[in-house]
Design a protein around this ligand. Structure first.
Ligand SMILES: Cc1ncc(COP(=O)(O)O)c(C=O)c1O
Length: 420
């Protein structure tokens, strides 16, 4: 089929994404309780305040016309300034050694991840990914023909010794020049919920610097869930541990903290990467959605963005607690089962007994669908190479369902396991 269409290699690499497989199964069972989708809670989408912010932008004809016109490739200057200040403030950082010329607004942070990877990597290059990893990013790597190599992680994030060993292995294999970046989700990892400790953040920067032998070994820090913290103190970003600001790419998004429909994310990049990344972007869309950027600027400047994030945190905290309580209730007596309790984000990562196959072709997924519940098979989150892919884990999301839905979904999952 693909041969007759004359599709490109990249199109062929893009095929067969896990997300399509899951959507297909979900669509075939519209009645089911999805604990799979990483969507944000529809109940907390900022409908009224977005109306007000959009009206404010449109009420001034000069600003309205600017907002409805094409923007700039790099993004709205005032928004770039505001997000840089926000990240620096959260980090307790005065913002020295960095300027808004290093901030790029993109159509969601997924675009930033794609652009940066496309700018750094040729097919056959390698990105080291703390595993388990955000499976959509693993898809981006596959799509670009880039080899994803998993690095073992624990409850404090990526294991520094494992990272070091992998770099040594690649050096011995004569492949060090092909290792272009390390990818890490540093806050409430999707899927595991783990937040990387400050010591590990500092350690990763130190390792990246020491191994920047043939070219810079960049660290791509995905901070998508940073704003969604329900307890505990914030941790400075990994980006802030790189005092010279020349090795870490920090990606963030307004999708989780405000509204994914505005498709707005941003990156703070080493200065020398800005031009090549913007060149790539210029060939794609020459600017993220401009109207969205004006609306978000209004949200930030009005101070109501923070109120909204506070409300989100309160709502998600209840749902997270509902999922943890339901896990205790439905799985507490199941031998070999464990799960991680996260201080934020949208996910609970559950490991079942090693004999249970949670994979897309395993019986549990079918039985779960019959019981009316869907989860994300954990094996999607493991790169094909490096760390061992595990087949007994599930990513469970509490973002979309109500507490009652979460409880019902967890009960259905337990019934499916009992039927195995
Ligand atoms: C870890 C992580 N990074 C990035 C994204 C991309 O989000 P967006 O493109 O909406 O900013 C997501 C979305 O779920 C995510 O979970």
């Amino acid at each position: 089929m693909t041969a007759t269409l004359g599709l490109s290699q990249r199109a062929r690499w893009a095929a067969g994404q896990p997300i399509s497989h899951l959507m297909h199964r979900a669509l075939a069972h519209p009645e089911l309780i999805s604990l799979a989708a990483g969507f944000v809670d529809p109940a907390t989408l900022p409908v009224e305040i977005s109306q007000e912010f959009a009206a404010a932008v449109l009420s001034d004809p000069v600003r309205a016309k600017k907002a409805l016109q094409y923007g700039t490739n790099i993004g709205l200057a005032a928004l770039r300034e505001a997000v840089l200040k926000r990240v620096c403030t959260a980090d307790g950082d005065l913002g020295s050694n960095v300027s808004i010329d290093q901030v790029l607004v993109t159509a969601g942070s997924n675009q930033l991840l794609h652009l940066v990877t496309d700018t750094l990597c040729d097919a056959g290059d390698i990105v080291l990914c703390a595993a388990p990893a955000y499976f959509v990013y693993l898809g981006i790597l596959r799509n670009l023909g880039v080899r994803a190599v998993g690095i073992e992680s624990d409850e404090d994030g990526v294991l520094l010794e494992a990272l070091e060993e992998e770099l040594q292995r690649r050096q011995h294999a004569g492949e060090l020049s092909r290792v272009k970046a390390i990818y890490l989700t540093t806050y409430f990892n999707n899927p595991s919920g783990v937040t990387m400790s400050l010591e590990r953040r500092q350690g990763v920067v130190e390792i990246a610097r020491r191994w920047s032998l043939e070219h810079p070994l960049y660290v791509i820090e995905d901070g998508a869930y940073r704003e969604l913290r329900y307890e505990g103190a914030d941790v400075p970003s990994l980006w802030s541990c790189d005092a010279s600001r020349d090795l870490v790419i920090h990606a963030q998004t307004f999708s989780k903290s405000f509204a994914p429909g505005l498709r707005t994310g941003f990156g703070i990049l080493p200065a020398e990467l800005m031009r090549p990344v913007c060149d790539q972007k210029g060939n794609i869309d020459f600017g993220a959605p401009n109207f969205s950027q004006y609306v978000l600027l209004e949200a930030l400047e009005s101070g109501r963005f923070d109120d909204h994030v506070e409300q989100l945190r309160a709502g998600y905290r209840v749902k997270r607690d509902a999922m943890l309580a339901a896990a205790d209730e439905s799985f507490g007596d199941l031998p070999g089962t464990s799960w991680l309790s996260s201080q934020g984000g949208l996910y609970v990562w559950m490991s079942l007994d090693e004999s249970i196959d949670t994979g897309p072709d395993g019986r549990l997924l079918d039985l779960s669908l019959q019981e009316g519940v869907l989860y994300v098979p954990g094996e999607y989150c493991y790169p094909g190479d490096g760390t061992k892919s595990r087949r007994n884990q599930m990513r469970l999301s509490f973002g979309v369902q109500t507490p009652e839905g979460i409880r019902a979904g967890m009960g259905a999952l337990r019934r499916a396991i009992d039927r195995l």
